[in-house]
Design a protein around this ligand. Structure first.
Ligand SMILES: Cc1cc2nc3c(=O)[nH]c(=O)nc-3n(C[C@H](O)[C@H](O)[C@H](O)COP(=O)(O)O)c2cc1C
Length: 410
């Protein structure tokens, strides 16, 4: 019997996507020193577009070169980037693949090596071990908030002009929008803070600005945390409230994730028994959400088997399966699943065995990021590559980036 994974889906603007598999955003760090996409990025996206995924969401593209998340980000803040974006769109939309650009501002979650200073809704630094990687932020001014909103709209307009078929607003994982949503990180007393309505104003205004600067029928998605999993953080109830409002505003797809760098369940299997059985980390939440909204939903995090993905779709709590790490190792996984060549993949949590390093919680990002860069060079992935070697190489690489003054200072 044909798997539901390969059913097509028609969005409200009439655009049909060929299947229910979405490649979730993975930051590639493959921009050049002028923040433009490189040949490696084109090669990587062509590989994914040839691999059968219906929708490819790019790794986070920044809306302002003064606010990089990490060295080597692509930044869409000037029209000189258009020819590069056009090439990216051409490669990534081959085989009738949907290609959406994820847009992001890191706020205070920007590596020290990437920015001179960081802004946040309130001047509250990250706590714990992770804090050492990031600056102590200053409170963003009202005029700057308005400027950031305009920039999101402008970046989206460049994506549309270049041939991307949609954009995704990164509202999850502890970056600026997620900082605004969180009562822990947003303690403003003005109209941009306070209750959930005030804290979500920033996200809603960004959505509206993107609509204005693109068009009524351009596909706009939001990636949202089901919760931050932090004391006094953004909760499931608040996330459902925000989702309902976004549905009313007219968004085309909601992608559910969860956690931040401080808590990070977005990439860690939680130990709840129901999660182990159902693979996906946020299925319980998706079921609650599906009772509250009718907007198309993608759930991301933890899917590793054909059965797990099909059962999740059968539950009717979601319309799309989001995959990140599996597609970093097997870029043609959808084809392998469709042909029943691969029904399950095993991806252990990346650990060096050295507690001090493992506790930093960055290994999933550095290890998989390195696999992406192998694909970008036209090499095959190495699922058994030693985690410690990848960690050391990434340390050396980031050191080099600092020396090259990739830090945004203009
Ligand atoms: C190397 C790497 C980079 C990532 N970069 C991003 C990003 O730029 N934007 C984003 O929303 N999520 C990012 N994520 C999170 C993934 O989109 C996804 O939510 C998470 O990996 C859980 O899904 P999975 O279990 O299928 O990997 C990244 C994950 C990895 C491994």
């Amino acid at each position: 019997m044909k798997s539901k994974l390969f059913d097509n889906f028609t969005f409200k603007n009439g655009v049909t996507v060929k299947n229910r598999i979405i490649k979730s955003a993975m930051s590639e760090a493959l921009g050049n020193l002028h923040y433009e996409p490189t040949e490696g990025l084109f090669r990587l996206y062509e590989k994914w577009a040839d691999g059968g995924t219906g929708t490819l969401i790019t790794g986070n593209v920044m809306i302002d070169r003064k606010a990089l998340g990490e060295p080597r980000n692509v930044v869409a803040d000037h029209d000189s980037i258009l020819p590069f974006l056009e090439k990216w769109a051409e490669h990534g939309s081959k085989n009738n693949t949907q290609l959406w650009m994820q847009l992001n501002h890191p706020g205070k979650q920007a590596f020290k090596s990437a920015v001179k200073e960081a802004v946040a809704p309130s001047a509250i630094p990250f706590e714990g071990k992770i804090g050492r990687f990031f600056h102590h932020p200053r409170e963003i001014e009202k005029e700057e908030i308005v400027e950031v909103i305009k920039r999101f709209g402008y970046s989206a307009s460049l994506a549309k002009k270049a041939g991307f078929t949609g954009v995704q607003i990164h509202g999850a994982h502890g970056y600026l929008i997620s900082q605004f949503l969180s009562p822990r990180h947003n303690q403003r007393k003005d109209e941009w803070g306070g209750d959930v309505k005030g804290r979500m104003k920033f996200l809603v205004e960004i959505y509206r600005e993107i609509r204005i600067q693109t068009s009524e029928d351009f596909l706009i998605s939001v990636k949202l945390n089901s919760a931050d999993f932090m004391k006094a953080g953004f909760t499931e109830e608040e996330s459902i409230y925000v989702s309902k409002e976004l549905e009313e505003e007219g968004i085309d797809l909601l992608e559910i994730s969860g956690g931040t760098y401080e808590s990070s369940p977005m990439s860690k299997a939680q130990q709840k028994n129901s999660t182990r059985i159902r693979e996906a980390y946020f299925m319980d939440y998706a079921e609650k959400l599906s009772k509250a909204v009718h907007v198309p939903v993608c759930v991301t995090g933890g899917f590793r088997s054909r059965n797990g993905m099909e059962n999740a779709l059968d539950s009717n709590a979601m319309d799309f399966v989001g995959l990140a790490r599996p597609l970093a190792i097997y870029p043609d996984l959808p084809i392998l699943i469709e042909k029943q060549v691969m029904n399950e993949i095993k991806l252990d949590q990346r650990k060096t065995g050295i507690k001090k390093i493992d506790d930093l919680g960055m290994l999933e990002i550095t290890w998989y990021g390195q696999q992406l860069r192998r694909l970008a060079k036209g090499k095959i992935t190495k699922p058994n590559y030693p985690v410690i070697l990848s960690f050391l190489q990434s340390l050396a690489k980031n050191g080099k980036e600092i020396l090259q003054k990739q830090r945004s200072n203009s």
